[in-house]
Design a protein around this ligand. Structure first.
Ligand SMILES: [Zn+2]
Length: 140
């Protein structure tokens, strides 16, 4: 009997390593991460002041707080759609999973993992992005 084609219903990516890392990221979102917020904008206010006494403020796509909450930016210039926000959510989930890993390695992980995820895995991540947009978030 020919194998039934099951187009579109791939919860797995077909790559065991990708699926393993994806499962780790989801477990982190479910167990380690506290709350996930979608904010109009997300800023990091540096403790160090710039010359002239002005505080240096960075605009961020997303942020993992010390309490393991995640803040995601709803800014259209940073994230044109929910998919783009979900990619940042994956980035922050990887930070929470691999706390010691350097930013540049997290970025590589994020990109490589993202391009190998199945559409269903991406939809699953999108489902974690809140619908409600809260006010601007300043982290310091
Ligand atoms: Zn990062």
């Amino acid at each position: 009997m020919p194998r039934r084609q099951n187009k579109g219903i791939h919860i797995t990516s077909g790559d065991a390593l990708v699926d393993f890392l994806f499962a780790q990221a989801l477990r982190t979102l479910n167990q380690t991460v506290g709350d996930i917020f979608l904010n109009t904008a997300v800023f990091f206010v540096s403790r160090k002041k710039k010359k002239g006494g002005k505080k240096s403020i960075q605009t961020l796509c997303g942020l993992l707080t010390e309490d393991d909450d995640i803040h995601l930016s709803a800014s259209k210039s940073l994230h044109p759609n929910r998919r783009a926000i979900a990619k940042t959510l994956l980035h922050e989930a990887l930070h929470a999973t691999f706390a010691e890993m350097e930013e540049r390695h997290i970025l590589q992980f994020e990109d490589r993992l993202w391009e190998r995820l199945s559409p269903q895995q991406i939809s699953l991540l999108c489902a974690y992005v809140p619908r409600r947009v809260g006010r601007k978030h300043y982290d310091r």
